[in-house]
Design a protein around this ligand. Sequence first.
Ligand code: TPP
Length: 297
Amino acid sequence: MQNKKKPIKAELITRLEYKSYFLRRKLLQLTGKIGGAHIGGSFSMMEMVVCLYHSFLKVDPINPKKADRDIFILSKGHAGVGYCLILADLGFFPEQDLDTFNQTGSKFGVHPDHKAIPGVEASTGSLGHGLGLALGIALAKKLDGKSERVVALLSDGEMCEGSVWEALLAAHHYKTGNLLAIIDYNKMSQDGPLSEIMELAPLKLKLETFGWRVHEIDGHNIHDILHTLRDLPDPATSKQPTAILMNTIKGKGVPFMENTVLWHYGGMDTEVEKKALAALDETYNSVIERFKKLETP
Ligand SMILES: Cc1ncc(C[n+]2csc(CCOP(=O)(O)OP(=O)(O)O)c2C)c(N)n1
């Protein structure tokens, strides 16, 4: 639920930090089971998607098609495994369904399928299309006099697609104030650093020059994410699209997976899984301690 201008409690921050840790853990365990997954880009967006679903978007896991809901589109569809774990945790579908992830006959392919998975609003995976799709939905909502928000989460490698810049242009032209683009700026694509493949910097300036309001934040800082989301302009009245440029780390949380293309997509044997889980626990040790204190009567 949207929580405009209300103070954000330290307890909520701790709970969402813990949730982000806990879901990373689940993803490592699931990767061990299914043979391989897009870990790097799932970990870089984790805090943001957790905050969106737990504290911002008007969505209902019991009634995913509810009228007047906010719309979220995971444009970086290859991170569908992390996204689906978040949806399962919220109750959109049973978590054990994910044991078939990317297996023949499963409704969970590498890329999310909106016809098969409750809560998924668009089938994505071919990069460069989610923002244009979100823009179309946002324009339709405006024409219909609706007040919901439409959110697209893009990866930075995806920003090399020309179609993204067409959508950025058009969103400004059509004054689509109900559109929010979030860019997972981990500076790393599938094959290497963007500084070598296609430099995006100065990205904030480029987005502003295209007419967007831009907030640049630390995408792993729950406090900053929640405050930025809380203070966004009202989608019903705003005439300017907004972007959140979040600086993130690919593979965040497991030091040997961070900032390396090796873990863009990867599989693990039991030994590596154990090592990764231990490293993750160490990274989030203080979060785990704070969470335990909250849970102690
Ligand atoms: C149109 C298109 N071209 C190529 C690919 C193959 N592909 C999958 S992920 C990826 C890039 C991954 O880097 P980035 O977009 O920055 O994602 P993140 O680091 O957030 O995982 C590419 C090129 C694709 N999915 N779609």
